[in-house]
Design a protein around this ligand. Structure first.
Ligand code: KIV
Ligand code: ZN
Length: 385
């Protein structure tokens, strides 16, 4: 029996915090509907107390989302919680996400406080949020750098206070996957009431390990993942939804699944990139322009013989039409011959050798040879289709 992993999308909250990526209400509603269609379980729609615009966005998203839980972020502050509860009133399944810093660095330098006081404030915030909604998620900000025994105590206390989910953010993207595994395992084994709540992964990507850390947390027992489309988010970003969803799909041995309709990933990635004015790097896993593009001769030859030689998932499984063979000066005869055949040119071995020579000269000059360039080359060589 495989375990369901709940996908908590925070593109509209943590993702939208990126400078230059702000969205208006209409754009937020449009994206929320797409996320609902994609199959995410929870949509974090915003931080209602932060601005009147964010409050209205959370209200508007709450009114249109049909299936997913709609969540609003708060600090462990009564007014934040009241405002979030008000914004979420129209949601079919509302969730308040409240919390406070849990590392000694945050406790001392953000809150000028101590562990006991922080624990008390966390518990009070959960109890207060429970007056408005049944589903309350608690975040222990900077959990990645928190003292693990204190984190266990805090987790136990907020679950006792009624938290349905405990989020353990690696806010600064500091942890290693092995350490994340050990820390989540510690909580699974040392928090007596851990079975009464879901542990959640919320990892930032400062060292490029957000996805690896999230999967490590899942392997240790976390059952919710907090992610954004294209990994968009503060600084180096959040964990990317598409990477986690496809890792869980490709690695059957993890015995976990999500309800993500993976064929929607690529179109949605493009939509978010355009709407948020944030380009996706070409070599981005799963949704980058080159994710299914093969350019060296050895890879192209292997791919053309059997796609699985160089692909661990099909492009169609993430909504990309087909793989791409990019013709450059690193390409081999096999790829050139294949492309010429697709274009209708049937050539014998001697002709191919001749074309290949000219092709390499052209590719050295113009870097990437497209179909139009190839047809021109063939015409120049007086070889017709
Ligand atoms: O990174 C973080 O710690 C957060 C919390 C507010 C959930 O985004
Ligand atoms: Zn975050």
């Amino acid at each position: 029996m495989s375990d369901k992993i709940y996908v908590f999308d925070t593109t509209l909250r943590d993702g939208e915090q990126v400078p230059g990526c702000q969205l208006n209400i209409e754009e937020k509603v449009m994206i929320a509907k797409k996320l609902d269609e994609l199959g995410v379980d929870i949509i974090e729609a915003g931080f209602p107390v932060s601005s009147p615009g964010d409050f209205k966005s959370v209200q508007a998203v709450s009114a249109v989302v049909q299936n997913a839980t709609v969540c609003g972020l708060t600090r462990a502050v009564k007014n934040d919680i009241e405002v979030a509860a008000e914004a979420l009133k129209g949601a079919k399944r509302p969730r308040i996400h409240t919390g406070i810093g849990s590392s000694d660095i945050h406790i001392k330098y953000k809150f000028n406080s101590n562990r006991d006081e922080i624990l008390e404030r966390g518990v009070e915030a959960v109890k207060y949020a429970k007056r408005f909604v049944e589903d309350v998620e608690f975040y222990a900000e900077d959990a990645g750098r928190a003292d693990i025994e204190f984190l266990a105590r805090l987790t136990e206390a907020v679950i006792k206070a009624g938290a349905t989910v405990v989020n353990l953010p690696d806010t600064t993207g500091y942890l290693l996957p092995t350490t994340m595994f050990e820390r989540v395992s510690y909580l699974m084994n040392n928090v007596p009431n851990v079975d009464k709540a879901v542990l959640s992964m919320h990892n930032h990507n400062d060292l490029g390990m957000a996805t690896a850390n999230t999967i490590a947390g899942v392997q240790a027992g976390a059952r919710q993942v907090e992610v954004t489309i294209n990994g968009i988010g503060e600084r180096a970003g959040n964990t990317s939804l598409e990477e986690v969803a496809m890792t869980l799909k490709v690695h059957k041995e993890l015995n976990c699944y999500t309800d993500i309709k993976s064929e929607m990933l690529y179109p949605l990635s493009r939509l978010i990139s355009e709407t948020m004015r944030m380009p996706v790097q070409a070599n981005k896993a799963v949704v980058g322009r080159n994710a299914f593009a093969h350019s060296s001769g050895i890879h192209q030859d292997g791919f053309l013989k059997h796609a699985e030689n160089y692909e661990i998932m099909t492009p169609q499984s993430v909504g990309v039409d087909k793989s791409d063979i990019v013709l450059t000066a690193r390409s081999g005869r096999h790829a050139l011959k294949h492309r010429l055949e697709v274009l209708g040119f049937k050539l014998d071995k001697i002709e191919i050798d001749e074309v290949y020579k000219n092709f390499l000269e052209l590719a050295d000059r113009i870097k990437e040879v497209n179909d139009k360039d190839l047809v021109t080359l063939m015409k120049e060589m007086e070889l017709v289709a």
